[in-house]
Design a protein around this ligand. Structure first.
Ligand code: BG6
Length: 490
């Protein structure tokens, strides 16, 4: 049964022809249909410049489901899903075109507008919607990232959207917030006393967050080159993960309370500027290399590339949080394209043991650590030190791993796609998994300083071979602190 609260709505997808819509939104909506989470009179209205009629749009949608949903289409489910689909031909640059929505949309139902389009269109779309009054207080708008590429531009976009929609109506997507393993961070930290009581600077030595991608630029070189990995991944996904990992227990799980706690962390990030940038950051770009024994071109040899590009495809940052809870505990972030495998994780290292029964020859006891595997192979590994069994009277120790695997422990349960969850939450009006304007602006403020300092210092862009874990300086940054990146086995 669909959620009782979830009354029928009209979902308008701006950018219906685009990659996001076909690869993510349509398959997620179809899955929601299978799970009976969309109620009866809900409709999906694709919007785009294409001259499609309804029949043609239905054909396109079916094709996307076949291609990206990857399971056999169920006739009954498809029949129901198909009946929800409509198409409206609109060029968002022509404000009068928005009139056409009047013929389709019902003012009685709430309307959710999904902006799956470049950020420079957000203002225009809002203007069109405003002109024909598709922004009444029950209507909502979902904004895809990136929202701006600096604090200034993000404010400009937020202001434009803010003219027509209030904060309560605006849902800013960071799809990482919809991932099951990120949602589980709250359960892990706040519902387990062994973690709750030890999640602090007294017991934690440092935390590593890695988001490794195997893919390269996937045909969007021109777009990516203006952005780079720092704006594309750190400003949103990695800072959001960091803020959840580091936030203090909220008083409740209401949207405003969670947002407040996350914001406190984002505002406490110690500024990185031209004086310390070269110590605290590493920026790299992939060169030609091998992945799964296949030769990969370098970033500047990809289709459409400009040979002189200085854009980073890898970044590693040592982050300090100036809050009483975390002072002295570094967070190391790294993310890159064309790394050996797709793998995201959080590795939490606990402080070294220090007590009188530790013998001198036991000096190198490995640190206890929790590795939260965000994707793929979702799970958690806890690393402990164990006595090696045997008759030896001296304790001999070995690091052992206690693995938890989602697939094994929740055999009959499916891990939902993040868009599925986020679309559902928005339809229910729950904003806690969406990013607030203040969070976005605090993140940009911190990121701006890093990017401006790289420019000011003419910081080195280091090459790394495709299929490796980034430039050597990234390893060196941790070695300088007598640490190493968690060994991720390819
Ligand atoms: C997007 C970035 O937000 O996240 C992409 O724009 C990146 O460059 C993608 O590849 C990674 O998402 P996921 O869910 O595959 O880790």
């Amino acid at each position: 049964m669909f959620y009782k609260k979830n009354l029928a709505y009209d979902l308008v997808i701006f950018g219906a022809k685009g990659d996001l819509s076909n690869r993510k939104l349509i398959p997620s909506l179809y899955q929601l249909e299978i799970s009976e989470k969309i109620c009866k009179n809900t409709r999906i209205i694709g919007v785009g410049r294409a001259e499609w009629n309804r029949k043609e749009y239905i054909k396109i949608v079916k094709h996307s489901i076949k291609k990206f949903f990857k399971k056999k289409i169920n006739k009954k489910v498809w029949k129901q899903f198909k009946s929800r689909l409509y198409f409206c031909n609109i060029d968002v640059n022509k404000i009068s075109n928005f009139y056409k929505l009047k013929k389709i949309l019902s003012k009685k139902k709430k309307i959710i507008h999904y902006f799956a389009m470049p950020q420079n269109t957000f203002g225009k779309i809002c203007k069109g919607l405003g002109k024909y009054h598709f922004n009444s207080s029950q209507d909502r708008v979902i904004l895809e990232k990136p929202i701006g590429n600096s604090l200034k531009t993000s404010k400009e976009i937020n202001n434009k959207v803010g003219k027509y929609f209030t904060e309560k109506q605006i849902f800013r997507i960071d799809h990482y917030l919809g991932k099951e393993t990120i949602l589980n961070l709250i359960a892990l930290k706040f519902y387990n006393s062994i973690f709750f009581n030890n999640w602090n600077k007294k017991t934690i030595d440092h935390i590593q967050i890695t988001v490794a991608e195997k893919i390269g630029i996937e045909g969007r070189w021109g777009y990516f080159d203006k952005i780079g990995q720092t704006r594309d991944m750190i400003q949103n996904h990695l800072l959001q993960i960091l803020s959840i990992i580091a936030m203090s227990p909220p008083q409740d799980l209401k949207t405003q309370t969670i947002r407040k706690e996350k914001l406190k962390i984002l505002k406490s990030l110690r500024k990185i500027d031209y004086k310390n940038i070269d110590l605290l950051t590493v920026r790299g770009q992939y060169s030609e290399g091998f992945l799964n024994n296949k030769k990969m071109p370098g970033y500047i040899n990809e289709i459409g590339a400009i040979k002189t590009s200085q854009t980073e495809t890898f970044v590693a940052i040592k982050v300090n949080i100036d809050s009483p809870e975390w002072i002295g505990v570094p967070f190391y972030l790294r993310t890159g394209k064309r790394l050996p495998i797709k793998h995201s994780e959080i590795a939490i290292y606990f402080k070294p043991m220090n007590n009188h029964i530790i013998r001198k020859d036991m000096k190198n006891i490995p640190l206890n650590k929790i590795v939260i595997r965000l994707q793929p192979n979702e799970g958690i590994d806890i690393f402990l030190v164990n006595k090696i069994p045997g008759l030896d009277s001296n304790y001999k120790l070995k690091e052992i791993k206690l693995p938890f695997d989602y697939k094994k422990s929740f055999k009959n349960l499916r891990l939902c796609d993040s868009y599925e969850r986020l679309l559902l939450e928005c339809s229910l009006g729950i904003q806690s998994l969406f990013v607030s304007r203040k969070e976005i602006e605090a993140s940009w403020e911190w990121i701006d300083s890093i990017i401006n300092s790289w420019i000011k210092n003419k910081s080195k862009l280091e090459l790394y071979q495709a299929g490796t874990w980034g430039p050597e300086s990234s390893e060196k940054m941790l070695r300088n602190d007598h640490r190493n990146w968690n060994n991720i086995v390819s």
